[in-house]
Design a protein around this ligand. Sequence first.
Ligand code: TTP
Ligand code: MG
Length: 348
Amino acid sequence: MKRRILHLDFDAFFASVELLDKPHLQSVPVVVGGKSNRGVVTTCNYEARKYGIHSAMPLFQAKKRYPDLVVLTPHFDRYSEISRRIFGRLRDQFENLEQVSIDEAYIDITRVYHPSALIARTIKRQIMEGEGLTVSIGISYNKFLAKLASEWQKPDGYFEIREEDVPEILRPLPLKKIHGLGKVSIDRLNGLGIFTVADLMHYPLSFFEAQFGRFGREIYERIRGIDHREVTPSREMKSFGKESTLDADVREVERLESYLAAYAEELAQLCEARGVKAHTITLKVKYADFESVTRQRRTTIATAHPEEIRNIAVGLLRDLAIDRPVRLIGIYLSSFETKEEEQLSFLS
Ligand code: TTP
Ligand code: MG
């Protein structure tokens, strides 16, 4: 049976939450930034996006684009709480929901009786009535296309990608729309005169394997609209983390360590908000040549402390003995213990 998969992605999530109790700022450019992510835009509303402001842009630059810009400090605990409540309710209604980030989830509705558009409309209405937030929903027959569809009509969008639309939809897309292609590979492909999916489609599988190693086949299939990944339901998020593809490849361990320190700070705040501590800390490193490695350490006593998370991640990084430029670095936490469990284990 052909699958039916929804992808939900909240619009300007942190900014929209901040604006819930500041409706007078709804129609002016607003960014959320500062705190653990000092000096950088974490996200911004769609009014700000009209001026070319976007996530990860330095605040001073954003202010140049719109001098009266309103900058709000983030409240991570509030975002997690709202996210947990919304996805918790959806999990009660749909068996097969996989949350992939604080504001994103896939739902496999293949076995749900109702038409996709009706399901999507109902979800959007429930979330608007319950929380006052807009979510964009994409529908298609695999995860990659569903995610692409949810971006198509943002904000407050609903869009379906059908099999018969696939080559036409994909061909004109710039390479950055292909999940899995980072800035470094895109620059390299641009250097070869390849800018769009259509350009890339001329090349045989062997080219992809030469360019991307064992991810070659995946990317070859992706641009043809093929994606076999399953939606794997999760009761709660089994792990969460923070990673990012660096603006340029980095070799200096000190610089990598400073990223880890910032991520540890952010993750500690998320732990606090969720009332959890983690036993397992995982370091993820992807080298410029696309080889990806993870190293993890399990602690006997669960932690949510920024210094401790940082020290463990830095220790793992030093053990790795980085010998090549790195394009992506991240930390993941897993094997969570809730506050209640902590009390129970203390009592027993
Ligand atoms: P996104 O879904 O990427 O962005 P968004 O919801 O703000 O906007 P869009 O309408 O385009 O979906 O990320 C969700 C939240 O995650 C976002 O509100 C803020 C946070 N975030 C970061 O902390 N760092 C980042 O680099 C990005 C991109 C997002
Ligand atoms: Mg979003």
